[in-house]
Design a protein around this ligand. Sequence first.
Ligand code: PMT
Length: 324
Amino acid sequence: MASFSAESYFATQAPPPDLEQLVDGVREFVDRHIQEGRRIVLVTSGGTTVPLELNVVRFLDNFSAGTRGATSAEYFLAQGYAVIFMHRQFSLQPFSRHYSHSTNPFLDFLEFEEGRDGSNGTPKINVSASQTTHLAQVLKAYKDVHTKGLLHTLTFVTINEYLYLLRSISKELNRAKRHALYYLAAAVSDFFLPTQKMSEHKIQSTKGSLIIEMDQVPKILRPLVDEWTPEAYIVSFKLETDQQLLIPKAHQALQRYGHHLVIGNELHRRKFEVVFVSPSKAKPGKFEENWIRLQDGQTEIEAGIVQQLVLRHTEWLEATTNAL
Ligand code: PMT
């Protein structure tokens, strides 16, 4: 298995064709919000795919629906942040997530009335009374955010698109300096197949079993923290299925990359509790852990996560401003 550094990855894997155009949109968004003095958060969300063929028929994927990212983006907007929402195509998005086709099908909330005399036969569509209040709240927040230009959305599908987008966005967001926050909630593949090793056409089944050796995706947190956006407040996530590994793995990530915070979550408990792991202020060289749990009356743990994060970003901004 070959091991790619970030540098060798970008030197050997081609960028997505529309990258420049996507970056132009980000540049305009970032500059506008810097001028208006607003903090900007990059939320990554959903899972990356790993294509197995150049003319892709098959790919590896992962479970993430993008709930964490889409929900958190709404809470960041409510806290006054401008949000760059970089998500897997067709995963959940802020606002529309409330009416996802699988959990809350939108058409079930609508009532249909045949056209009557005097209406030229035009039918009427009403929102059912039980849903009107909630829909009105969601719709108002959605319209406000779009009227004020506070949300910029970009999509990726493959691990390659994710890596190129993240690198390009972070170079633009670097201009926001310490007002930039990174919230890396996407589920990023650790292994990939370089284009040089991919079959051009659909892999044939005539050979019987299929053995594929994948290469390791470079750990992108290192250049992100050291080179691309060294002044920002960076939060990564750690997903484990073994609860015992959460805290040691979070320590390891902080030691390796030197960023600000790891949010640990165990697959099955992720909607009820997460752990914030960060370098200890009181004991240099050590780490501290704070658990955030879904409170009575709360329906979404992201409310508590984002509230705590905004407090930390504010404290850090104040502390680093005073230190200048
Ligand atoms: O979408 P949901 O269903 O709501 O699920 C949310 C979630 C569980 C996916 C989310 O809360 C979460 O934990 N996301 C991170 C999952 C993940 O990729 O964990 P990891 O252990 O593979 O990576 C840890 C960190 O390293 C990530 O922040 C990632 O940005 C970073 N990374 C990963 C791979 C890589 N090559 N380079 C990296 O820098």
